[in-house]
Design a protein around this ligand. Structure first.
Ligand SMILES: *[C@@H]1O[C@H](CO)[C@@H](O)[C@H](O)[C@H]1NC(C)=O
Ligand SMILES: *[C@@H]1O[C@H](CO)[C@@H](O)[C@H](O)[C@H]1NC(C)=O
Ligand SMILES: *[C@@H]1O[C@H](CO)[C@@H](O)[C@H](O)[C@H]1NC(C)=O
Ligand SMILES: *[C@@H]1O[C@H](CO)[C@@H](O)[C@H](O)[C@H]1NC(C)=O
Length: 391
């Protein structure tokens, strides 16, 4: 009986000295060091780049082999595994975000995800499940859903009972990080409607102004920290490369499609500068995801990737992509032959999963790079994104 008690004493005293020591080292950090933010919750808005189950719960669950790498079953993500948002949530010590639209087992105690695959910022011309349709849950609808959650979660908390603990605390809404990754489908919709590059490029200012309006509305109901991903190099995705004849850049990507994405990002960055002026209490971080994703195509070997312009799961062809929509996990007819579009052998050496979406392996690298702050404006690490600037 004696020795266990001694052990406990030893452990407690070791623990106390550790606490003192870590307090001491914290105090020794240079005065310049910026404190980490609390971020008790994340509220995410976006498209398939960050959808953790919204489209799957509401309209279209992805079949196997989606999810095969990490979850080993389809898990609401349009990927073989985790998305950037999953790595962001985990790095704050939170569970993966539940989709707002998921009524089965959702837990919103540390935030909610309003993103759905194929969402746009502006109202799309055609809605799913129509062929070539987009998600009905535009950014503006996602904002309305957020308002619903904000109000009704507090009613449920006050009522108590089994659902109360699944809701975020009231103070989380002002302390939360609001994350965004949306806009790719606004461009994609234009391209697939056969608009010219010039016409899609011309639609960018209107798309961005609708984006800014939604950020302001979230600020008006108390949101303060905003983490905004720019849009990726759409011209490097198999679904663009396989569908549109194009001049290629040095990485083999469609040059002018990427230029439209760059113009979108230029306007988005300008919008964040304006938003900082308009919203004096907001910390707004613009994150250059484009550059990180582009580096995976430009220097694939550096990251252990092979043939980055060819998707892992598909029905063959130069880019392993046929037709105009996703065929991963389905049997499709290509040149009169029935083909099951299955997974490749080594998804971990692939950048692209299904012709549109990134693999678990690619998302991990993008997270590793953007979380340092090296691709952010202001250049603060992810965990410091509640601060307005370096001072
Ligand atoms: C909801 O998530 C929180 C945070 O991970 C956890 O503590 C809690 O047990 C979860 N609730 C249920 C019912 O699973
Ligand atoms: C949320 O609650 C506020 C204040 O109680 C109310 O003014 C607002 O209309 C509510 N919004 C929604 C979407 O229910
Ligand atoms: C765009 O052009 C392609 C190829 O000519 C055609 O198959 C497709 O139906 C057109 N799409 C629209 C929306 O007009
Ligand atoms: C898009 O529009 C901007 C501003 O008018 C222009 O500077 C840019 O060259 C255009 N890009 C493309 C690919 O048309």
């Amino acid at each position: 009986m004696e020795s266990p008690r001694i052990n406990i004493k030893v452990i407690i005293s070791l623990f106390c000295s550790y606490m003192l020591l870590s307090h001491y080292t914290t105090a020794l950090r240079p005065a310049l060091a910026i404190k980490e933010c609390e971020f008790p919750a994340i509220f995410n808005f976006g498209d398939s780049n960050s959808d953790t189950g919204g489209l799957a719960a509401s309209i279209y669950p992805s079949p196997p082999p989606y999810g095969e790498t990490y979850f080993h079953i389809p898990a609401g993500r349009i990927s073989d595994g985790r998305l950037i948002i999953d790595f962001l949530a985990k790095s704050l010590g939170h569970p993966f975000l539940s989709a707002y639209l998921d009524s089965l087992g959702a837990n919103f105690s540390h935030g909610a995800n309003f993103a759905t695959g194929s969402s746009t910022i502006r109202l799309p011309n055609r809605i799913l499940p129509a062929p070539g349709g987009y998600s009905p849950f535009t950014l503006t609808i996602q904002y309305s859903q957020f308002l619903q959650l904000k109000n009704r979660s507090q009613l449920i908390r006050h009522r108590g009972g089994i659902f109360a603990s699944l809701m975020p605390k009231e103070e989380y809404f002002s302390k939360a990080l609001y994350t965004f990754d949306i806009g790719q489908n606004d461009l994609g919709e234009g391209f697939f409607a056969n608009l010219t590059i010039h016409q899609v490029n011309g639609s960018v200012p209107d798309i961005i102004s609708s984006f800014s309006a939604n950020i302001k509305k979230i600020y008006d109901v108390g949101g303060r920290s905003f983490w905004i991903h720019n849009t990726g190099p759409i011209g490097c995705l198999p679904y663009i490369l396989a569908n549109f004849p194009s001049q290629k850049d040095e990485a083999g990507c469609a040059k002018s499609h990427n230029e439209v994405a760059q113009h979108f990002n230029h306007k988005l960055k300008e919008a964040t500068v304006q938003l900082r002026k308009d919203l004096p209490l907001a910390a707004i971080t613009y994150v250059d995801v484009y550059s990180v994703k582009y580096s995976l195509y430009k220097e694939p070997k550096k990251y252990g990737f092979e043939l980055p312009l060819v998707g892992c799961c598909g029905s063959g062809g130069k880019y392993n992509f046929n037709g105009r929509t996703l065929d991963c996990g389905r049997t499709v007819t290509v040149n009169g032959r029935q083909i099951f579009a299955g997974s490749c052998k080594r998804p971990y050496v692939k950048v692209n999963w299904d012709g549109i979406h990134y693999t678990d392996a690619a998302a991990k690298i993008v997270f590793d790079k953007i979380s340092t702050g090296a691709f952010s404006d202001p250049p603060l690490p992810f965990k410091q994104a509640c601060h307005r600037s370096l001072d």
